[in-house]
Design a protein around this ligand. Structure first.
Ligand code: ATP
Length: 130
């Protein structure tokens, strides 16, 4: 049985919850973790994290950080994490519009990257919000 912890710099959202499977947005693509997965450490990108226990799903939007899998324990440390039920969809829609507007203008390379990441987070949040 897997156990999962999800932590941000300011709070612990999930504390040792049991899981049958965990899907993560690894930096090189989606990772599916099942019982007995090889130990590994991976960077995270922006995307959905889903874990399932007895057929019940919990979904989160995660953005940057890393995940460590060791001895059937999954530790996710990310900059921002929101559970689907806590996502403010209207806020994510507004953030999407702002980022799209900004990306249509002239931006420095770093501002362009920043707005792209904002857009990515806004889209993932809308995608998984209830
Ligand atoms: P915004 O422009 O709406 O602030 P953002 O992508 O710049 O979006 P972040 O810097 O990623 O926001 O997040 C700041 C904080 O607000 C984090 O704690 C994050 O979990 C939370 N947050 C951001 N957007 C939402 C949302 N749509 N619903 C709930 N919490 C959110």
């Amino acid at each position: 049985m897997l156990k999962i912890d999800i932590v941000t710099p300011t709070r612990k959202l999930v504390d040792g919850a049991p899981a049958d499977s965990v899907k993560l947005p690894g930096a090189k693509g989606e990772l599916q973790i099942l019982d007995g997965h090889t130990d590994l450490l991976t960077l995270l990108s922006t995307g959905p994290l889903v874990f399932v226990k007895d057929g019940k799903e919990r979904k989160f939007s995660v953005s940057y950080g890393f995940a460590e899998i060791r001895n059937n324990k999954v530790l996710v440390l990310a900059d921002t994490v929101e559970e689907s039920k806590d996502i403010d969809k209207a806020r994510a829609q507004a953030a999407q519009k702002r980022a799209e507007q900004a990306l249509m203008g002239t931006l420095s390379e770093s501002d362009f990257k920043k707005q792209q990441l904002k857009l990515e987070r806004a889209l993932v949040r809308q995608h998984i919000s209830l």
